[in-house]
Design a protein around this ligand. Structure first.
Ligand SMILES: Cc1cc2nc3c(=O)[nH]c(=O)nc-3n(C[C@H](O)[C@H](O)[C@H](O)COP(=O)(O)OP(=O)(O)OC[C@H]3O[C@@H](n4cnc5c(N)ncnc54)[C@H](O)[C@@H]3O)c2cc1C
Length: 367
């Protein structure tokens, strides 16, 4: 392999080329796997050499440190899509290395409802269960029927149910543990020319319809893409906002005590019901209701803490179209991005006592 940059690093191992942020130093080793047997082999080989492993999809939700990754990157390139009729619906078995946007586009074209609001999200299908990818009122956990994984501990393939996956808001068992590598995801989709009932006000407004109603499948997907483009949340649009990992912070979910403290400081803070705390009822004893949770838009907190779109610090900036997307400017580094993220996080904590948590996975880096 030619070393065009002249730094002695094989081009494949330069992780900046594999991440949408365009930053990240080299990996010690890099292997691309096109089937489950090669995946198992690559993992066994890394283990035999005591090498840490980073499983990589499209690199759209990772921040890799400028120093790179001391270990083996295993990039998932397992392809395949099979549609299986099941009752009135269809099971879509999609391999982990398939491009997510193309998969959603194909579902919409085939008249299969269930993923249309997730149009335009970058990355590969296998990563979608990891943070329970969601947008515009849909999450992959709404339609996932099973997730097939390679279990690194038991060295065997395993099919996991949605309950096994422990899905939550931007999280799952896969985010919490590196034991499983997703090799295939099975979605249960409805055969319909209409979307699933719409649950996101901004989208229904754009479609000129009401919450809970359904709109044309293609029309819904198109409206989602247009909304995403207006916020710079579609890759490939070019321009200064294009080098991002999407939203950099997760919307904080607060319990009643935290929420009333926040309301005392900012009575006009927007908030949305986010269910009840999992496990809290059991901890409190039978019959005791679990605390009610509220989700607060992180973008609102960031703006109120004094950050405007386009704010730049060194080689990183807040997107000019979306306050929550942090971007890397020409010549910027992962350190620049992390410094900006720290500044934003600290300002929000100081102003409101709320600690923002990063959405992308930090590799060799920390805030
Ligand atoms: C412009 C933009 C907009 C975005 N909008 C959204 C959005 O609306 N909603 C949303 O939820 N996300 C959004 N994202 C984040 C991102 O696209 C998703 O999280 C996506 O699913 C990541 O896929 P990937 O293949 O790029 O994963 P990667 O970035 O390669 O990996 C992310 C994490 O998943 C792990 N992983 C990847 N593949 C596997 C696998 N097969 N098995 C086990 N672990 C694996 C990695 O180790 C890493 O920890 C956006 C990102 C960008 C850049």
């Amino acid at each position: 392999m030619t070393d065009r940059a002249g730094d002695g690093v094989a081009p494949q191992q330069r992780l900046s080329d594999w991440t949408t942020l365009g930053v990240g130093g080299p990996a010690d080793a890099f292997v691309e796997v096109a089937d489950v047997a090669s995946l198992a082999e690559a993992l066994a080989e890394a283990e035999a050499h005591n090498s840490r492993v980073l499983v990589l999809g499209g690199g759209s939700n990772v921040v890799v440190a400028d120093d790179g990754f001391r270990g083996t990157v295993v990039r998932i390139a397992i392809k395949g899509l099979r549609l299986e009729k099941q009752g009135d619906g269809v099971l879509a078995h999609v391999s982990a290395g398939e491009d997510w946007c193309s998969f959603v586009g194909q579902c919409v074209a085939e008249g299969l409802a269930g993923t249309e609001c997730l149009s335009g999200i970058p990355g590969l299908a296998g990563a979608t269960p990891v943070q329970n990818v969601g947008a515009y009122g849909q999450e992959v956990s709404d339609t996932i029927v099973s997730v097939t994984v390679w279990d690194r501990r038991d060295r065997s393939a395993l099919e996991m149910t949605p309950a096994d996956c422990n899905f939550g808001y931007r999280t799952s068992i896969f985010r919490a543990s590196s034991r499983y590598v997703v090799t295939r995801v099975t979605f249960g989709l409805q055969r319909a020319q209409l979307s699933m009932p719409l649950r996101y006000a901004e989208l229904t407004e754009r479609l000129g319809t009401k919450l809970g109603s359904r709109a044309g499948l293609g029309e819904t997907a198109q409206a989602v893409i247009e909304l995403r483009m207006s916020k710079g949340m579609v890759l490939g649009a070019g321009g200064p906002d294009s080098r991002s990992a999407g939203s950099f912070f997760v919307n904080p979910v607060l319990d009643e005590g935290q929420m009333s403290e926040l309301l005392r400081l900012v009575p006009d803070v927007p908030r949305f019901a986010a269910g009840r705390a999992a496990g809290a009822a059991a901890a409190a004893g039978a019959g005791t209701p679990a605390p009610v949770l509220c989700k607060v838009p992180a973008a609102w907190l960031v703006e109120r803490a004094g950050f405007a779109r386009g704010y730049r610090k060194g080689g990183a900036a807040i997107s000019s179209r979306h306050t929550l997307a942090l971007t890397v400017c020409d010549g910027g580094t992962a350190d620049d991005l992390l410094a900006l993220a720290r500044e934003v996080r600290d300002a929000v904590r100081e102003a409101f006592g709320v600690c923002l948590v990063p959405e992308p996975v930090l590799v060799g880096a920390h805030l």
